[in-house]
Design a protein around this ligand. Structure first.
Ligand code: DC
Length: 227
């Protein structure tokens, strides 16, 4: 039997990463954060002064760097070429630049291939923008998360507070709207809800509630498939 993949897509701040992480913990699956991979390439591009419009240079950079996820003290951390970049990839500077980097087809091809390799090794809960459509079109369960923009902006403000970065609700609403429109309208693998994805609105759900709902859908799918 091949490994099972639960793929979760949705716009920025819809609750994908918290949900995916918790579901993976509860089911004993590996959590694959595809956004962290695009953020890692963006961080290195900013550090090395690679122009965000230069698709060829960014693709070469993506090919060159080694991105790894490791568990330390129960927390999943992201490493680039051995350096812990877990916090560095969440700054407003990286967040503001990542949509442009992730719009390049060459960068996507490199990262999608690496994402698919993870499923050869373990059961996965993964999340991003194209995990249900391009990366894992045959995923066992596909979820599309949505939430009101003001709720999503509130969540982002809290995330930044944890990093000691001050930002306002208005700034976050503007950034989320800009990213939503960019991620949905780009030509390379735009954010889309596939016909076989189950939509889940997280606006009024707690984190535990979101995870429980996904696990419930997973169990239902298991029953239906007779596995
Ligand atoms: O989920 P996130 O905020 O960490 O994602 C960062 C950016 O990466 C987001 O603006 C769009 C891009 N992304 C993507 O294009 N495809 C994915 N599978 C995941 C993220």
């Amino acid at each position: 039997m091949s490994n099972r993949v639960i793929a979760i897509d949705g716009p920025a701040g819809s609750g994908k990463s918290t949900t995916a992480r918790l579901v993976a913990d509860k089911l004993g699956f590996v959590y694959l954060d595809t956004g962290a991979m695009y953020r890692s390439v963006t961080l290195m591009a900013l550090r090395h002064g690679v122009p965000l419009s230069d698709g060829d240079a960014l693709t070469k950079l993506a090919e060159r760097i080694n991105i790894e996820f490791r568990h330390e003290d129960g927390i999943q951390k992201t490493f680039v070429d051995g350096e812990d970049v877990t916090d560095a990839i969440r700054t407003p500077e990286v967040t503001a630049a990542v949509s442009e980097v992730s719009a390049h087809a060459g960068v996507r091809a490199v990262l999608v291939k690496r994402q698919q390799e993870y499923a050869e090794k373990s059961n996965l809960v993964t999340e991003g923008r194209d995990t249900t459509s391009v990366v894992f079109p045959d995923a066992f369960l596909k979820i599309y998360l949505v939430a009101d923009v003001s709720e999503r902006a509130k969540r982002r403000v809290k995330d930044f507070e944890k990093l000691d970065r001050n930002t306002t609700l208005e700034e976050q609403i503007a950034d989320i709207e800009r990213r939503d429109s960019f991620d949905s309208s780009r030509s390379a693998s735009p954010l889309t809800r596939t016909a076989d994805s189950i939509e889940l609105d997280t606006t009024h759900l707690t984190i535990d509630g979101q995870a429980e709902k996904v696990i419930e859908l997973y169990r239902k799918k298991l029953e239906e498939s007779g596995e």
